[in-house]
Design a protein around this ligand. Structure first.
Ligand SMILES: NC(=O)c1ccc[n+]([C@@H]2O[C@H](COP(=O)([O-])OP(=O)(O)OC[C@H]3O[C@@H](n4cnc5c(N)ncnc54)[C@H](OP(=O)(O)O)[C@@H]3O)[C@@H](O)[C@H]2O)c1
Length: 227
């Protein structure tokens, strides 16, 4: 049996980078990542490498989709771990910042799903990183809550669309994980958060568990709960 082709969207830092490293440690997987700081597409196609794609640009999403389709006949799992935060009082919101945020957190994973879905077969996995902010509201986080609820809603619909093909769709409502997304935010203790390498262990298991059941929505938190 050939190796399992796994795409980590947003493998430049944080959860995605740790997940790519974790997957790459398993010789049965052929994982690659995509993000802005990835290597140029002209370089050799190798397992464990992160390739360049700015997900804010729809043309780059189309280009990376073709790049992947030309190299892989099948994708066994896609983890959507890109995104950013937009944390502010709603009165301070600027239209441009809102558009940028929604494109990255919502439109980009939707377009990428649309382009790559033909490569997914029975038993494969689509995993979307939502957040506790995708289940409840937090003051000073309204655009982020909207985008994280939005991706969970998208995943619900896609699950219905692909269930007859045996494709699994998991939404992870993750609690605080120690990554650069928290940089500059006051009042949160990094030592209370889940290390990104631990989150990667859990995320990897979503694919490696038997394909006979679908873990459709999962909440995980650090022991101190919602921080
Ligand atoms: N950390 C948490 O507590 C937590 C909890 C729940 C959910 N999440 C979600 O997990 C996801 C990953 O966040 P993180 O915590 O790992 O933060 P992070 O370290 O800031 O990771 C963000 C990732 O997105 C990529 N990215 C950002 N802008 C991009 C762009 N324009 N095009 C392509 N890639 C882009 C980054 O890579 P480049 O910089 O190389 O582009 C990086 O890999 C986000 O969706 C976040 O909402 C995080």
């Amino acid at each position: 049996m050939g190796s399992k082709n796994i795409l980590v969207v947003g493998a430049g830092s944080g959860i995605g980078r740790s997940l790519l490293e974790k997957l790459n440690a398993n010789p049965e997987y052929f994982p690659i990542g995509i993000s802005r700081r990835g290597r140029p597409l002209e370089e050799s196609f190798e397992r464990g490498k992160n390739y360049n794609c700015n997900l804010a640009e729809p043309d780059q999403i189309r280009k990376i989709s073709s790049f992947i389709s030309e190299r892989w006949e099948e994708i066994h799992a896609i983890y959507f771990a890109s995104g950013d935060g937009l944390f502010l009082k709603i009165e301070d919101l600027e239209w441009e910042d809102l558009q940028k945020h929604l494109i990255l957190n919502l439109s980009a994973p939707i377009l990428l799903t649309s382009k790559l879905l033909p490569l997914l077969k029975k038993g494969s996995l689509l995993c979307y990183l939502s957040s506790t902010a995708g289940r409840q509201g937090f003051s000073g986080s309204s655009p982020y809550c909207a985008s994280k609820h939005g991706i969970a809603g998208f995943a619900k619909a896609i699950r219905e669309e692909v269930k007859d093909r045996g494709i699994r769709v998991t939404t992870v409502f993750a609690g605080a994980i120690d990554t650069p997304i928290w940089d500059g935010r006051e009042g949160f203790k990094r030592e209370d958060m889940i290390p990104a390498s631990d989150a990667a262990i859990f995320l990897e298991s979503l694919y490696s568990l038997p394909a006979s059941f679908n873990q459709d929505e999962i909440l995980f938190l650090p022991p101190k709960g919602v921080l």
